[in-house]
Design a protein around this ligand. Structure first.
Ligand code: GLC
Length: 581
């Protein structure tokens, strides 16, 4: 199977991918039925969100049994068939290990609740009075991170929902149990793992009140986290596999350690700093326009910093916890197609392994639900209330959810333009955005200029050119506020990528001379031009001012030295040039 540096990984939110049982919810057989689609897209590994037995209070991230399949998704035979069918197509399956916490329905927690000391030590219980939680830490889903159990006269820690109790990794038995889980799935033929919020597993020795924050300073990248990850990897023999850790509020230094090969922890890390640049005062529930300067600063810091430290980034815009990138950082109206392609190109040319979240390759947008009854996510429902308690009107609270709810990324995959988008034949568990009539696989497959076709091209380029997969990166025009520009290079070739992150024509600080370079990919040309790299006329529509600035018809001018110069980029324009050294 392909090495992770030249691979592209596709995330499947199983519940919303493909229903085959007329339940309105996606299932494992649905994934099997769509493997050919993923193969055609060029996918190497598929990360499936948890399908294990679960009460589904957090859509499967509340696992009640790590070794069995929730009947809503199918059976163990389905999982085995999925692994086999993916393997036959040379694709590996990555499963999602939620090891920071279990569901309170897990047998271990039930035993703990019976007062069995052995199992109480699997979790984090603290003595206390019913009205005084051990610390002031806040749950990531709102409210206190502690829950009081009257009959035990103790509190237990839950950094997420009250039904997601944090495990005590300091207990060697817990670590042993979790290693068994890995071995079980490894024996089934899984080729990789994603570890949920894995940098939160090591809690501090002393639990204190957080005077400046919600408590995360105490348990993020905790004291034994590296040691525990090394142990897990070593004892289960997964260091040859593709592994990725989801790192919450982490630091660059820690991510270098998590992912540099010599430490044998993980292949790569997700970090989320770049997805907070539209949080006003760092608060997810306060809206503002993305701060592009900050976005660019973070990309430079993480791309170059991980390179210097020998670490490896997972690069991504979307997942099941995020609003849709095109609605957030692009323009899902006028420049829908251009901006979706620009966002894709910007990260697919990065150093790191790109992740595509289902529907992102179509340019799927936020759902814009306008009534709370349409929302399903526990966090969204909690915050709808919290925002109103804090003084927002209902309309304001809904507006915030329309921008920020995790449900935006969880709407059914848009396979075709029919009433239920080809996802199901009964009403789905969550509503389908109206725009599925034109944003869907069927229509985009027939269109060479579609967002889907663009993703295919980007994924193929990474496999074709080692410089994309493994070359070094260096940013140029570093202080430009809207243009993200960088150079990738290795011993034999060199690539220049320019991305206009803004919805207007923007000039480069220094013109780029294309002489000697060939166009590799762009979002304002048709494919034929890109393939043979000719300077054919550019037919994309050009906004007023484009020509005046020497952008629009620059291809037609031909001949003179000046026409070889790129001086500015059209709205959301993305161009990537390449040359041999
Ligand atoms: C991760 C998951 C998210 C889940 C949380 C708790 O952030 O991606 O969906 O709610 O962990 O498991």
């Amino acid at each position: 199977m392909r090495d992770f540096k030249s691979s592209t990984i596709y995330q499947i939110y199983t519940k919303s991918f493909q229903d085959t049982t007329h339940s309105g919810q996606g299932d494992l057989r649905g994934v099997i039925s769509r493997l050919d689609y993923l193969k055609e897209l060029g996918i190497d590994y598929i990360w499936l969100t948890p399908f294990f037995k679960s009460p589904q209070n957090d859509n499967g991230y509340d696992v009640a049994d790590y070794l069995s399949v929730d009947p809503m998704f199918g059976t163990m035979e389905d999982v085995e068939e999925l692994i086999g069918e993916a393997g036959r197509r040379d694709m590996g399956c990555m499963f999602d290990m939620v090891f920071n916490h279990t569901s309170t329905e897990h047998m271990w927690f039930k035993r703990a609740m019976e007062g069995d000391p052995e199992y109480m030590d699997y979790y984090i219980f603290r003595d206390g009075e019913p009205d005084a939680p051990p610390t002031n830490w806040q749950s990531k889903f709102g409210g206190s991170a502690w829950e009081y159990v009257p009959h035990l006269k103790k509190w237990y820690l839950h950094l997420f929902d009250v039904t997601q109790a944090d495990l005590n990794w300091d207990n060697p038995r817990v670590r042993r149990e979790l290693k068994e889980v890995i071995r079980f799935w490894k024996d089934k033929g899984v080729r990789g793992f994603r570890f949920d919020v894995v940098n939160l597993i090591s809690k501090p020795e002393i639990f204190g009140d957080d005077s400046i924050g919600d408590g995360r300073g105490f348990y993020t990248d905790g004291p034994h986290v590296h040691e525990y990850l090394q142990e897990l990897t070593r004892d289960t023999g997964i260091d040859g596999m593709v592994t990725v850790g989801e790192m919450s509020s982490t630091s660059l230094d820690n991510c270098i350690r998590y992912s540099r090969p010599e430490d044998r922890e993980l292949s790569m890390c997700f970090n989320f700093h770049h997805l907070k640049v539209d949080y006003k005062d760092g608060d997810k529930w306060k809206l503002m326009q993305p701060d592009l300067r900050e976005l660019k600063r973070l990309f430079m810091e993480w791309q170059e910093g991980m390179q210097e430290g020998g670490g490896w980034n997972a690069v991504f815009w979307c997942n099941h916890d995020q609003p849709r990138a095109v609605s957030r950082f692009g323009d899902d109206g006028k420049y829908w197609k251009e901006s979706a392609k620009m966002l894709a190109t910007a990260i697919h040319m990065f150093r790191g392994t790109p992740y595509v979240f289902q529907g992102e390759e179509l340019g799927m947008t936020n759902a814009y639900y306008d009534d709370i009854s349409q929302y399903r996510d526990v966090e969204s429902i909690n915050y709808y209330k919290i925002l109103q308690d804090q003084g927002s009107t209902r309309e304001e609270a809904i507006h915030v959810l329309q921008e920020r709810s995790r449900d935006n990324g969880r709407t059914p995959m848009q396979w075709d333009g029919s009433e239920l988008a080809g996802f199901s034949d009964v009403a789905p568990w969550i509503g389908i955005p109206r725009n599925h009539t034109y944003i869907n696989v069927e229509s985009e497959q027939q269109d060479e200029d579609s967002i889907l076709s663009h993703y295919k091209r980007l994924i193929a380029l990474r496999k074709e050119y080692p410089v994309i997969a493994e070359g070094e990166i260096e940013f140029v025009d570093r202080s430009h506020p809207q243009i993200l520009a960088y150079r990738r290079f290795d011993g034999s070739s060199e690539l220049m990528a320019f991305h206009n992150m803004a919805g207007e024509v923007i000039g480069l600080t220094e013109p780029f001379d294309r002489t000697g370079w060939r166009l590799l990919v762009s979002n304002y040309r048709d494919e034929a031009d890109v393939k043979d790299g000719t300077d054919a006329a550019d037919e994309a529509d050009i906004t007023d001012g484009g020509d005046a600035l020497g952008t629009g018809n620059r291809e037609q001018e031909g001949g003179s030295q000046d026409s070889r110069m790129i001086t500015c980029l059209r709205p959301y324009e993305s161009v990537v040039y390449m040359r041999d050294k």
